[in-house]
Design a protein around this ligand. Sequence first.
Ligand code: B12
Length: 251
Amino acid sequence: MAELSDIANEFARGEIDEFIENEDERKEIIDLYAAASPDMQDIAATVLEGDNDKSDELTKQALDNGVTALTVMDDGLIAGMAIVGIKFRENFIFVPEVLACARAMKAGMAHIEPILSASGVEPIGRVLMGTVKGDLHDIGKNLCIMMLRGAGFVVIDLGVDTSPDDFLEAVDKENANLIGMSALLTTTMPNMGKTIELFIDEDKRDDVKFMVGGAPVTPEFADDMGADAYGDSAVECVEVAKSLLKKNASA
Ligand code: B12
């Protein structure tokens, strides 16, 4: 089992020491970082610091030096977001900081994505995400998208004010196996149910899983309208997406 002192990057070491309180999670994160090379730890630290210029520079440098895209993604960028996700869940950081970290991850991912799609590495899953019709709130949805991308999903962002028809059209076009719907208004929440009903009417319901979220949405509401799962945060969104696709694979 690795020790905190096995991690070369001082900033990452400090973040783990200060913010990862759960014993099991701490062990897991220390193992993850200690197994990564110092260069990958440096990339993770750029994400933790929300430094997009450095993330861009170090990711490009690592790829030029022959480190594989998957290694840079897993041991560098995603390792960084793993700590960010825990800090966010535990209220050590808030939306603006998460957005800054996610932007840094995105700067690195810009170099990784073309390599991965060219090499045909299978993503975990393809997810359509949209804020439902009539609703323009997108901060929470965008956080979910960034976390999902950080966890290895391909996410197609349908934006805000997404009608049931928009979801239906996109699911075939994008070959998606999971749909995430977000709503922040009590008046727009029923549009989640209307979207699911359209999929039932068009005989497409069994082709795709639905997860829903947004501040006014509850697990009971999700259940009532026939969604497969509810998530109350961006961190949970990733957990829910993984478990839904696992169920899919074993079905
Ligand atoms: C910012 C904001 C706005 C901004 C939106 C900017 C933007 N680009 O998003 C602006 C100013 C545009 C706006 C407009 C309006 N707003 Co507004 N807004 C808010 C506010 C203050 C914050 C929302 C937010 O971003 N929260 C932070 C994010 C991170 O949280 P979140 O969205 O809940 O997302 C998290 C989880 O829910 C989850 N999640 C979210 N989506 C999903 C999806 C899936 C699949 C999963 C698994 C998880 C998940 O993960 C996220 C991250 O952890 C809320 C108040 C509040 N406390 O919610 C009011 C609020 C939502 N707004 C409200 C209202 C009334 C309006 C307006 C109607 C105001 C008006 N009269 O014009 C308009 C409606 C415009 C429209 N058609 O959508 C009301 C809604 C009341 C109600 N019961 O419906 C609220 C609650 C304020 C209030 N108390 O009155 N708003």
